[in-house]
Write a protein that binds this ligand. Sequence first.
Ligand code: PMP
Length: 367
Amino acid sequence: MTRKLLMIPGPIEFDPSVLNLMGQPTLSHVAPAFIESFGRALEMMRKVWLAPSGQPFIVAGSGTLAMDMAGANLIESGDKVLVVSTGYFGERYAEILKRYGANVTLLQSEVGDVVPLEKVEAELANGNYKLMTFTHVDTSTGVLVDAKAMGTLAQKYNVLSILDGVCSVAGEEIRQEEWGIDVVVTASQKAVGVPPGLALLVASEKAVNVWKNRKTPVGNYYCDWSLWLPIMQAYEGRNPSYFATPPVNLIQALERSLELILDEGMNARFARHKRLAQKFRAEMSELGISFLPKSAGITANALTAAYYADGSSGGEFLSKVGENGVIIAGGLLPSHKTQYFRVGHMGIVTYEHIDRTVAAIKAALGK
Ligand code: PMP
């Protein structure tokens, strides 16, 4: 049987040349060829994140670890943090930061909406915050936040900013340095285009300085930048080093995927994601399907969250789409879980993938 097309919001379809590296005999983590791959991957991350003076980190783990790492290093007990949440993953960030003693204020949007910028600004103006987090694309709602405007606000009030870009880096437009965002975190299995297993982030010089000037030690051993920064610097300087064994094959796969991303070019890549998302949603609209995000201007390009068509029951619909060769995902937001489904269209996604997905959905609806 032919393999079904994986159109969930991560993991996604991966390029064969990326997958091929996962099956190669594993090199020593200090082999010159691996040191070169690691060094190149770090250098290319700066270009993909559009953060020429940022400090990249590549660590074995998932996106949650990348979120945890940024929080562990930047938060000291009692710090005031504003978490701007558009769904499930904003709430997760609040929970992570509380573990490090942060004094968290959560601004939660309505389902399918963003928190209005005026509300964020009013809070920043009065709150004496050290840090703000926000989710670029909340994978539970398909809502896209205006990262540029949020970065600008954080700068205006001299507040550190962390962008959860797990469902956006290398898919949605992000210009980390130009937009003044201090940390952008992601994971390998989404638009970055590598199987699950890598926590990735780029930190600004300002964020690294805030960490350097901490009064208290980082309360998490595995995440501590004082253990990881020398490793990243060593690999980038093409020198052997060791703190904790890096996932050799995944990092070689990352090097390949970042190469493919940069070959396409960031502007072309952002535009392709937009084009394909618009095509997919135009076809869904024709079927009478409506979407969770309240307006087109706040709708993600990396995925679509859509309400089940009238009369189609969730589980049955998803398995019928599966029988037609395409895997899509159910809802995630606990309050609305049974009412909607999600389709990922990021990474190496093509028109053909979109057409197959639309055809499978039509067939499942009996159209
Ligand atoms: N944030 C967002 C926006 C996500 O989509 C996800 C994963 N779906 C995470 C964080 C957590 O990442 P992971 O599952 O890789 O830990």
